[in-house]
Every structure is written in structure tokens, then in C-alpha cells.
Design a binder for this molecule. Structure first.
Ligand code: SAM
Ligand code: DTB
Ligand code: SF4
Length: 354
């Protein structure tokens, strides 16, 4: 840990810890900050589990209906053969994972899937492509997808790799609501995971998305062998952006045979839940998404994620190339927990009401 001003940082940390043990969960239940220090975030991670969850739940209740969870549905519109070398990813052409490279889907096939997703209760349709960045020749089809999905009355999200300023502007103009681009991990650990593009490349794309007026969906992956400090560093980058991402996906690594990260020690699920809780405290008004990895989690672990402040999931039996819980299993879990999905209108209200 490094302190710019040792005594100030220490006092801030002590206040945080003392506050957490008091009855009233002050002070993060109101107010948005963009100046978190690594030491403060680390102190949150280090709290006793019950104190951390209590604080996260208090912040969550201050900003959201604690019994509502938003559902997004993913579709891989262009699978496999990606030139990037992200060590976690089954779609990288660098690794033998059994995922074949496919062409970009046609617009009608995508819209058929979107209709199904809407019938299944998803309010947002997220389209992902295994690209380093979109090519100009693909933009017309991409824009046809955005317009078609919007015409169904769903929110739209895309994740297509790096974007230039003009590409982001074009997507925004077409009406794309969200762009997903993850920082994936902390700046310090990043080089262990990806070598074909830099952390700064990612931040540049995020800046282009922000400038275009689209909502930002940005989070990362845990369970890649990173340390608690790296997890804190990742959340610090997100929380100290001038405007918090509206949507923050927290993925648990899905270990896919053939990727270099297969065989990594499994992260303690309680540490994953801590990561969700800290994200909730740092970014009180953002939708924190319990993303990849749910298939391997028990219902009880997922319930603790919701208690820690997660209020969004991916629904449907498939993520991009890997599995996700059955729709019936999710419905049953929501019923047991008394959780209702956000309807499209509720969702807009929650975000516009910021
Ligand atoms: N190619 C684009 C990009 O990387 O920005 C979009 C698709 S990429 C698959 C979207 C995100 O999925 C990645 O940034 C990463 O966070 C997540 N992801 C990929 N493989 C994963 C895995 N095995 N486990 C957990 N998350 C994963
Ligand atoms: C995100 O953060 N997680 C999603 C979405 N954004 C695009 C992707 C998870 C992918 C998991 C591995 C797979 O299914 O290929
Ligand atoms: Fe390609 Fe995205 Fe997978 Fe990286 S995460 S290999 S950029 S599809």
C-alpha cells in the first residue's frame, strides 16, 4: 500500500472501519465519489464479512429497490477466431478450445433471437463479437441489428472490441444504449493476461464511448490468479472514472479447457461476494451485474451476491460460448428469494432517476 499522505490515508481508513462496526451504515449511503484510494478500497475488502455485507446492503437500499434484479440476454453475433490473446477467452485464435470461427450472423437471425429473449423476460439484449475492433464493412449490419432490436422495445448493448471516436459516434447515432468494454483486471496485473492490446487502449475506447453519449458497461473478471490488491485496483479504476459506468459486470472466470488460465486455483466464493459488495459501495448508483460463472455457483452463493448489492444478471442458458443456468432454475431462485425482474419501464426510471 502506498500513501500520498500517510496520516490522512490512515485516518480515512480508520473512519471507514469504525463506521462499519457502528449501527448506522455511514457515510457511503449517500454521495458519489470518484477519488477512492487503494488503501480505502483495500480496507473495505479487509472488513469482517458481515460488516462489509451490511454496509453494501445499506448503500444498495439507499439507491435501489433491494428486491429487483435486471435481466440481460447475451448473444454471440460473431464467434471465435479472435486475433487477441486474452488468456481467459475461449474465442481467441491463439488457443485450441474447440470453438470454431464463424462469420457475423445476419440481421434477421439476430432479431429472431432477440424476440425469444424478450419473451423470456430479458429487458436488454447484448450482442458480442469476437473482434479486436469492428471493421467498416460490418457497420451496416451492426446498425441494422441495433435498430431492429430497439424496434422490439428492448434496450440494446454491444461488445465489439475497441472503438474509435467516429465508430462510437455512429453506434450512438444508431441508438445503441450501452457499449460493453471491460478493463478486465487491475493495470498492474493486466500484462499477465493480455499482450495484444494495452490497458490504455481499453481506457481510450471507454472514453470514446463516454463521449458519444452511450451508457458505459465496464467491469472485469476475478479468479484469474490475481491478488486482493489487484481486485481492489480494478475496482479503483472503475470507481475513479469521472462518471461511473452505468453497468458493472463482475465475472467469475469460467475456466475453459485449452485456455492458459485453465487450472488456476479457484477463487474462494466468499472473496467473489466481497468483490461484489465493494463494487456496490464504490459505485452506489451503478447496476452491478453478477455475470459469468453463475453456473458453478450454488443458489446460496448467488443469494449472497444479491445481498451484497448485485442487481443484474445474464439470463438464458448460454453466455457467449459457455453455459449459464437454466431459465427455470433462475425463475425458481427469484421466487424463493422474492426477487422480481425489472420491467423495461422500471429500468429506465431507475437509471434516469439518478
Ligand atoms: N471481443 C470483445 C472484447 O473483448 O471487448 C467482446 C467480447 S469479450 C468475450 C467480452 C468479455 O467477456 C471480456 O472482456 C471478458 O471480461 C469476458 N469473458 C471472456 N471470457 C471469459 C471467461 N472465460 N470467463 C469470464 N469472463 C469472460
Ligand atoms: C461481460 O462482462 N461478460 C459477458 C459480457 N460481458 C459480454 C461475457 C462472458 C463470457 C463468458 C465466456 C463465454 O461464454 O464465452
Ligand atoms: Fe477476443 Fe474479446 Fe475474447 Fe479477448 S475477450 S480474445 S478480444 S473475444
Amino acid at each position: 500500500m502506498s500513501f500520498a499522505n500517510q496520516s490522512d490515508a490512515q485516518t480515512a481508513v480508520e473512519n471507514l472501519v469504525t463506521g462499519a462496526r457502528g449501527v448506522a451504515p455511514q457515510p457511503e449511503s449517500s454521495g458519489i465519489r470518484n477519488d477512492w484510494s487503494q488503501a480505502e478500497i483495500r480496507a473495505l475488502f479487509d472488513l469482517p464479512f458481515n460488516d462489509l455485507l451490511f454496509r453494501a446492503q445499506a448503500v444498495h437500499r439507499h439507491h435501489f429497490d433491494a428486491n429487483r434484479v435486471q435481466k440481460s440476454r447475451l448473444l454471440s453475433i460473431k464467434t471465435g477466431g479472435c486475433p487477441e490473446d486474452c488468456k481467459y477467452c475461449p474465442q481467441s485464435a491463439h488457443f485450441e478450445t474447440g470453438v470454431d470461427a464463424e462469420k457475423l450472423m445476419n440481421v434477421d437471425a439476430v432479431l429472431a433471437q432477440a424476440r425469444e429473449a424478450k419473451e423470456g423476460g430479458a429487458s436488454r439484449f447484448c450482442m458480442g463479437a469476437a473482434w479486436r475492433s469492428p471493421k467498416d464493412r460490418d457497420m451496416d449490419a451492426i446498425i441494422g441489428m441495433v435498430k431492429g432490436v430497439k424496434a422490439l422495445g428492448m434496450e440494446t448493448c454491444m461488445t465489439l472490441g475497441m472503438l474509435s471516436g467516429p465508430q462510437a459516434a455512429r453506434l450512438a447515432e444508431a441508438g445503441l444504449d450501452y457499449y460493453n468494454h471491460n478493463i478486465d483486471t487491475s493495470e498492474e496485473f493486466y500484462g499477465e493476461i493480455i499482450t495484444t492490446r494495452t490497458y490504455q487502449d481499453r481506457l481510450d475506447t471507454l472514453e470514446h464511448v463516454r463521449q458519444s453519449g452511450m451508457n458505459v458497461c465496464c467491469g472485469g473478471i476475478v479468479g484469474m490468479g490475481e491478488s486482493r490488491d489487484h481486485r481492489a485496483g480494478m475496482l479503483m479504476t472503475l470507481a475513479n472514472m469521472p462518471k461511473h459506468p452505468e453497468s458493472v459486470p463482475i465475472n467469475m472466470l469460467v475456466q475453459v479447457e485449452g485456455t492458459p488460465l485453465t487450472g488456476t486455483d479457484q477463487l474462494d466464493i466468499l472473496e467473489f461476494i466481497r468483490t461484489i459488495a465493494v463494487a456496490r459501495i464504490l459505485m452506489p448508483q451503478s447496476f452491478v451485474r453478477l455475470s459469468a460463472g453463475r453456473e458453478a455457483m450454488t443458489d446460496e452463493a448467488q443469494a449472497l451476491c444479491f445481498l451484497a448489492g448485485a442487481n443484474s444478471i445474464f439470463c438464458g442458458e448460454k453466455l457467449l460460448t459457455t453455459g449459464n443456468p437454466e431459465v427455470d432454475a433462475d425463475d425458481a431462485l427469484f421466487d424463493r428469494l422474492g426477487i422480481e425482474p425489472y420491467e423495461l419501464e422500471d429500468h429506465y426510471e431507475a437509471e434516469v432517476g439518478e
